[in-house]
Write a protein that binds this ligand. Structure first.
Ligand SMILES: NC(=O)c1ccc[n+]([C@@H]2O[C@H](COP(=O)([O-])OP(=O)(O)OC[C@H]3O[C@@H](n4cnc5c(N)ncnc54)[C@H](O)[C@@H]3O)[C@@H](O)[C@H]2O)c1
Length: 258
């Protein structure tokens, strides 16, 4: 039996949209109890309704900004108390504002590090105080953490830091039997991706077929991921089926990082 069906729950950040929402739904559908965190209260309410409708169980939800360490601590502590423990955490909250060497603003640089990196630090630290000794964590980073991209300088740097942060934290958590893995998606059909592409069809074509001007090789599997494609891998890594897998950085990008 997947232990997600047991007595403790899974905390998912960025759960108001996209990959985080799909992860929460995947875990809940497998029988796990879920707590949702996002700064977007309306998105959270919508996702909570979807989960309640498909599982008959209302998830916990927290309208919190991951940059606020005290609020994250309080939300994770409340979820752990209500669940009677915490089995797993998935960190998917993130932002992307395009910009390269010449045009990235210091504000954008700091915003990426604040949300994508420091936000994950807050969540991992909060979770470590409550996670069961055989618990699991997945941090959603990006293939941009390891493959340079044009026009994504701050985002890629923040994700590289996040992947390293997660693996270092995971090394410490391994002493307690807690697993910590990093999922690095490529182009995925979510709000973040839609905002990046003013012309969706041209954006999709450049990602799938490749774009030499941007040094992109294309996606061998020939399509953009759906959020569920990434969520399925996150749910697997959180589950007992992956009980001997830790400290891994796994591309989920249709082969784009070949
Ligand atoms: N979509 C892609 O192509 C893609 C590719 C690689 C990695 N990712 C990563 O996947 C993760 C999920 O992104 P997505 O594609 O589902 O995008 P999304 O925009 O659909 O979801 C991101 C969620 O994070 C929330 N969020 C943003 N800042 C927050 C903050 N400060 N506090 C709390 N919540 C906050 C947003 O409200 C939103 O609900 C992100 O970390 C992103 O960097 C996405």
């Amino acid at each position: 039996m997947n232990r997600e069906a047991g007595g403790t729950g899974t905390f998912v950040t960025g759960a108001g949209s996209g990959i985080g929402a799909a992860t929460a739904l995947a875990v809940a559908t497998a029988g796990g109890r879920v707590a949702l965190l996002d700064r977007d209260a309306a998105g959270l309410a919508e996702v909570a309704d979807t989960i309640a409708a498909s599982t008959g169980r209302e998830p916990l939800r927290f309208a919190v900004d991951v940059r606020d360490a005290d609020a994250v601590d309080a939300a994770v502590a409340e979820a752990a108390e209500r669940f009677g423990g915490l089995r797993a955490m998935a960190c998917a909250a993130g932002i992307l504002r395009p910009g390269g060497l010449e045009d990235v603003t210091v504000e954008d640089w700091e915003a990426h590090l604040g949300v994508n990196t420091t936000g994950v630090l807050h969540c991992l630290r909060a979770a470590s105080h409550h996670l069961a000794d055989d618990g699991a964590v997945v941090v959603v980073s990006s293939n941009a953490a390891r493959v340079p991209r044009t026009g994504m300088l701050a985002y890629a740097a923040s994700k590289a830091a996040t992947s390293a942060l997660a693996r270092c934290a995971g090394l410490e958590l391994a002493a307690r039997g807690i697993r910590c893995n990093v999922v690095e998606p490529g182009s995925t059909a979510t709000a973040m991706q839609r905002d990046l592409w003013p012309d969706p069809e041209a954006g999709r074509r450049a990602a799938v077929e490749g774009d030499p001007a941007a040094y992109r090789l294309g996606i061998p599997l020939g399509r953009i991921a759906e959020p569920e494609d990434v969520a399925g891998v996150v749910a697997f890594l959180l589950s007992d089926a992956a009980r001997h897998v830790t400290l891994q950085q796994l591309y989920v990008d249709g082969g784009a990082s070949l």
